[in-house]
Design a protein around this ligand. Structure first.
Ligand SMILES: Cc1ncc(COP(=O)(O)O)c(C=O)c1O
Length: 411
């Protein structure tokens, strides 16, 4: 790729992470990491694998027992009509699955419709495969879902795929079965691929159900579904993801990229994945219930401590608060622009203010695409003490700066 890589953007989350290292005693609500630890079943399986010297090369697509367990899970939980474990391969996290999929699906110049706001590695991976990300807005007034006529109007003769991410990062929006059926119609009518990123499949609230697009009639043939152990089993640092696809040609290409970029996923980690799937699944429900309680704690705190400055409805899924910034808000310290480390925008000004004056990690909405400007993202998967500390710090910052009109809506 060489110089071409200079045109692939780096996520601003990296810049934020660097800023956070200069803050003493920070509240790390910037990165999408859970505060839980991986369940004992995962740790015990990895210990056993170490003791049994399972430290040698493995099959490229994954150890057979793990692929078998994933096939069962995809059939029973996701209702995807998987034929055999050959249709599944494990990857170094969901981000690697996305890289492999884009490399396998795209020709230079192929367009992929991506959400705006979006998780930056999505467009980044499309670009890295010489594709062209075409943003389609998600709308806050629709619970951060698409206007489906607008989505249809994004399809051109160059469109190769639609990337959907539900539950979504950064907005927490969850697409309904009806939404997915309309999207399936588009995919079939225009002979497209659906790239379904289901990283947050187990993080849905208020009794909402996650629907895997590949479970819809006929859609599995045109879908590549991406999953990860990161969020469901609090295994973010272990780097274990997987992907399911029926098309043998696409799978063969994916396998090549997998081989050339990893040879195989770390053996000990794969045995950890077996432990996660063979063990009790109680932790999945426990994590979800705790995340729902943290969501409510965080939104309650924002209403109290940032009234008139930040607002938004609690999301139906994922673990981010994507909050609207009152457009009248101005950062007291940033009248001195020399303090600014990021681009000049309301969301960057807010992020710099919260980080430098309140020690509160967050990500400016602008980093997730043009439609994200005017918003700010917090991760509420941190422990309750950290969330409460961040909220109190917010209260101290905003107490004296409540604008006169406190219910501004951004259209
Ligand atoms: C939308 C989305 N997809 C995929 C991932 C991949 O996660 P990982 O690479 O840790 O498996 C993430 C992680 O934050 C995400 O937010």
């Amino acid at each position: 790729m060489g110089q071409y890589l200079d045109s692939v953007p780096f996520s601003g989350i990296i810049r934020i992470r660097d800023m956070m290292y200069s803050v003493a005693d920070p509240f790390r609500l910037d990165q999408g990491d859970v505060s839980f630890d991986a369940p004992e079943t995962v740790k015990a399986a990895m210990r056993r694998a170490i003791d049994e010297n399972r430290s040698h090369y493995l099959q490229t697509t994954g150890v057979p027992r793990l692929l078998e367990l994933l096939t069962e899970k995809l059939r029973s939980q996701n209702r995807i009509p998987i034929g055999s474990p050959d249709e599944v391969m494990v990857t170094t996290g969901g981000i690697h699955a996305l890289y492999i999929t884009c490399q396998a699906l795209l020709e230079p110049g192929d367009e992929v419709i991506v959400p705006d706001p979006e998780w930056p590695p999505c467009a980044g991976n499309v670009k890295a495969a010489h594709g062209v990300p075409v943003p389609c807005p998600l709308h806050e007034r629709l619970g951060w879902r698409y206007d489906l006529d607008q989505l249809a109007s994004c399809v051109t003769a160059r469109t190769r795929a639609i990337y959907v991410n539900s539950p979504q990062n950064p907005t927490g929006g969850v697409l309904t079965r009806g939404d997915l059926e309309r999207i399936a119609g588009l995919v079939e009518r225009h002979n497209l691929w659906l790239l379904s990123d289901e990283a947050y499949e187990d993080v849905v609230f208020d009794g909402a159900a996650h629907v895997s697009p590949a479970s819809l009639p006929g859609l599995y043939d045109r879908t590549v579904s991406v999953y990860t152990f990161s969020k469901t089993y609090a295994m973010t640092g272990l780097r274990l993801g997987y992907v399911a696809a029926r098309d043998p040609k696409v799978r063969e290409r994916m396998k090549k990229v997998l081989f050339y970029t990893a040879s195989n996923v770390a053996s000990i980690v794969q045995f950890g994945g077996i432990g996660a799937l063979e063990g009790s699944q109680a932790c999945v429900g426990e994590f979800r219930r705790e995340l729902e309680a943290r969501r409510d704690l965080f939104y309650g705190g924002v209403r109290r401590h940032a009234a008139g400055v930040l607002s938004g409805e609690p999301p139906k899924g994922a673990f981010y608060a994507f909050l609207r910034i009152n457009p009248e808000w101005r950062p007291p310290a940033l009248s001195d622009r020399s303090e600014s480390k990021g681009p000049h925008s309301l969301s960057w000004a807010m992020a710099e203010h919260l980080i430098s004056k309140g020690r509160i990690g967050c990500v400016p909405g602008a980093d997730f695409g043009p439609a994200g400007e005017g918003y700010i993202r917090f991760c509420f998967a941190r422990d309750r003490r950290e969330l409460t500390g961040a909220l109190e710090s917010m209260g101290a910052l905003f107490g004296a700066h409540v604008p006169a009109s406190s219910s501004q809506q951004r259209s």
